[in-house]
Write a new protein. Sequence first.
Length: 260
Amino acid sequence: MSAPFVPIDHADYAHAPAMNVASGISLAQALVKACPANPEPNVAKARNYLAGVAEQALVDFTDRNKELGVYSAEDSRILDNQADRSWGALRLRLQGMSMIPEQTDKAAQAKEMDWKLFQGSTEFLKEEYVSQSTRMAALLKQIGDDQLQAKLDELCGPEFLAACREVQPKYEAMVSERLRRDKASGTNLNETLRALGTAIVNYASKVLSTVEPNDPASHENARKLLRPIEAHREAWAKGPPVVTEEEPVPTPGTTPPVTP
């Protein structure tokens, strides 16, 4: 006994699936690849348009990634940890010195210095990168303006403040790079994503236009051509791809040229 005929649901393809630019390019390439060499004219035209949009999206995406800079998420975390440890060590040194009863003068000076710089807290080390960078820069400026370096070096040892000074320019460069990258990451890609979605829906609609209501073979053929969309939705339902600083660049597909 054959399986009952289930018509393809046009509503399933009326909207583009959830996607980011990288997965949208991959989906478009898969749809183009699944299309036969000589489909009906309207399908061929939509396929070629989709191929052209995918190729342009890949150019836009590659250009954007070139602008992303050199600091990965892991690089930023490592540098942030270095800054946290440097400033944390300086404060711990002051706190430790303030607890030594045999050195009453130094203990008092360390306690005073700790309050002057940190006011009882290093919570700023838990703030987001931009705010933390500003707070650390302000501390270094205060130390310079109030001529506190000599006393800090005496109380803590010169290595502690030196470590804070050494990490600051690297931290500021990282923050500047991330801000530039964040700005670059939005450049044109919203429009690129919309263009991909429109081209995918347009292609799906042309494929569906070939379906005859009482012809099971035409329904099955449309399902076959649009199967990449279903596969994409199934994969996305398990969780969108994790994107850190850069989405992976999709492999360029062997797509047919766009006809004028």
